[in-house]
Design a protein around this ligand. Sequence first.
Ligand code: SF4
Length: 223
Amino acid sequence: MNTVEVIELSAQEVEIPPHAVRRYLGMGRHQPDDALQSLVEQCVEEFHRIARYRACRLVLPVQVEGERVDFGVFALSSRSLSKNLSGCRQAILFAATTGAEGERLLKRAAVTSPAKAAVLDAVGTAAVESFCDTLCHRWAEEYAPRSLRPRFSPGYGDVPLELQQTLLSCLDSSRKIGITLTRSLLMIPQKSVSAVVGIGTAGCETNLHDCQLCDKTDCPFRM
Ligand code: SF4
């Protein structure tokens, strides 16, 4: 039987790269001035201290026929997801979060310092994406010589955001790691991700798992 596995990583196992924080701040390759650099460092340290990196995953068989993608426990029709999962016989469903304390830190900062809140928001996004990257690297090793596809979240391509409800329910995310969904489909804590990762005989050839940062423009799995 397929069971949901809960994974917890320590803060030392999840890097929050400054270049990713700058990217989520919309700074591109621009270097921050000293004051902003110091605020970024302070926010990274504070966020790291209170973040709780937890995830749950469920490995399911998957069948792709035309645009229909069938995970056994649920199925949907999607051109984008069927392309992402073509040739896969299994897929990992997962949800990951940086925890409720990070959410509280963000809310406190929003009241006391909008500048700090903006930086913390970027730090939180960089943290949860980096956490997902770390998980995917580990799973890529676990499933070698098979390859993982780039992770695919509800809302990408033609997959509706509503798929989040199905993923989180299959993962029992509320009970296992405290991720809930509002009526407007916002995950709480907000620095959370839900996604599907296909396991195929061919897949992503880099450790990036972010096609926007990858220069392999002819990759068949590019998203
Ligand atoms: S474009 Fe790059 S990052 Fe995206 S799936 Fe292909 S190899 Fe991986």
